[in-house]
Design a binder for this molecule. Sequence first.
Ligand SMILES: Nc1ncnc2c1ncn2[C@@H]1O[C@H](COP(=O)(O)OP(=O)(O)OP(=O)(O)O)[C@@H](O)[C@H]1O
Ligand SMILES: N[C@@H](CCO)C(=O)O
Length: 358
Amino acid sequence: MGRSFKLSVPASSANIGPGYDVLGIGLALFLTLEVSIDPKNAALSNDDRNNCKLSYTPESDGYATVPLASDENLITRTALYVLRCSGIRSFPSGTQILVHNPIPLGRGLGSSGAAVVAGVMLANEVGQLHFSKQRMLDYCLMIERHPDNITAAMMGGFVGSFLRDLTPQEVERREIPLAEVLPEPSGGEDTGLVPPLPPTDIGRHVKYNWNDKIKCIAIIPDFELSTSDSRGVLPQAYTTKDLVFNLQRLAVLTTALTLDPPNADLIYPAMQDRVHQPYRKTLIPGLTDILSSVTPQTHPGLLGICLSGAGPTILALATDNFEDIAQEIINRFSKKDVTCTWRLLALAHDGAQVSHSS
Ligand SMILES: Nc1ncnc2c1ncn2[C@@H]1O[C@H](COP(=O)(O)OP(=O)(O)OP(=O)(O)O)[C@@H](O)[C@H]1O
Ligand SMILES: N[C@@H](CCO)C(=O)O
């Protein structure tokens, strides 16, 4: 007797200006997986050594480029890691997975966070592991090691998160290179080794309220910027002045986004940042100009503007005038020969979900 289920995981925008590696919001743009497990289909799955036939819908971002071998694809590789931590070496016989991914890859909208969350939830379902969302977060955080996108994708809503202090032994476990955590694309034999289990209860988070009048405009440049490259340009140390600048704004912003009516005089300055955006301008043509010249005064309805995650997407929060705001940013990017698309997105309040059909 076969079984099937569907997973959905929201996109996310991290940082929201001053909350580098802290704040995230789930966005109503969903990575979905349709999963069926039927031993009768085992023959169909024999193209893969881990019993898994993976495909993407043609409309998916990355349709032509993402690897489909289960030990190379980020979603299934993550799932294999979680299964192997529980002593399960592969997917159940006859596993078929159809992925639909509308989240643009490498643009700062949490595509990798959603893929990792989907992978952990996939393992939890196929392996019938019965993990809580909190324990699943631990597994996600072994792979994507900052909590902002992961927490927003798993829990949904507007969230703040941090990683608890770890003991020296736990630190050692968490700092194991990713290549030793995730199963290596092998083309060879499964070594049978049990990968390092994540420490328990690593991530702590809180869900803030959100004024639903505030909508998210994502202006998405047509080039990819990997998170690791975008983290690579950040300094190792900051001045007290710059840290205090961000902390003051962060404290005000988390409540400012809950107030009614939304107050642009409070939100716009509270979304300024001195920790990551100034350094990332070298990777994103026109960034400084866009962040400083599109304001609530030039565009009524705009509340605040920032880089989404590691970029290059720009996130504008607004109550009105969405098309004008997006078009202004698109025009400014086009002066730097960057073309863009844009989307108006609501908050995804609920985070990752699984639904069973039989
Ligand atoms: N649905 C998916 N299926 C397979 N691989 C994916 C998927 N989503 C993301 N990835 C992998 O993650 C990479 C993008 O991750 P990266 O962290 O650089 O960007 P991002 O997550 O989109 O941005 P940010 O973390 O700033 O929000 C892709 O190039 C791809 O290798
Ligand atoms: N906080 C992360 C989000 C991207 O994953 C960064 O800005 O690098």
